[in-house]
Design a binder for this molecule. Structure first.
Ligand SMILES: [Zn+2]
Length: 163
């Protein structure tokens, strides 16, 4: 699938659910495939190019979209900025991501909400009515959220500290 095809298909799906605050490229522009292009002091050198997620993962992205929209609307309302969403498995490996990273499923994102601290965002997810299905990671500059329990993975999971 090309980038344009992804944008079109994903946009149609988002529209069908009335989701207007997220663009398909927020979900997939960080979805990159990496390939080794040589060696540099015994480590592979990686080059990455855009690769849209397989369409089979779109439903996971939509579930996460709805959750991020709820986060956006939570008082006080503020934009949700996405640092990282989908990652191709090889790209994930090249950046040292976890082997079973939820980012490979389209069901995880690293986010920041304007006007909120990363701790406030993490606590909001942890107090959500579906929190038992979530993975929540606290980092200094962003919060990781994933919907692992809804995808049949062991849940909940909590890690990190923003200290
Ligand atoms: Zn993450």
């Amino acid at each position: 699938m090309t980038k344009d095809e992804w944008v079109k298909t994903c946009a149609t799906a988002l529209e069908a659910q009335g989701i207007t605050n997220f663009h398909p490229l927020e979900i997939a522009d960080v979805g990159r495939v990496a390939y080794a292009v040589g060696q540099q002091s015994d480590r592979p050198r990686w080059k990455s190019v855009l690769k849209p997620p397989p369409l089979s993962l779109l439903p996971n992205a939509l579930v996460l979209c709805q959750l991020l929209l709820e986060l956006r609307e939570a008082d006080p309302v503020g934009s949700v900025l996405v640092n990282s969403w989908y990652r191709d498995s090889l790209y994930n490996y090249s950046i040292g991501g976890a082997g079973m990273s939820m980012h490979m499923t389209c069901g995880a994102a690293d986010v920041v909400k304007r006007g909120w601290t990363t701790d406030e965002v993490a606590t909001w997810f942890e107090e959500h009515s579906d929190a038992k299905d979530f993975g929540v990671g606290r980092y200094k500059t962003f919060t990781h959220i994933d919907i692992r329990g809804k995808l049949g993975r062991p849940a909940p999971a909590r890690w990190g500290s923003s200290e």
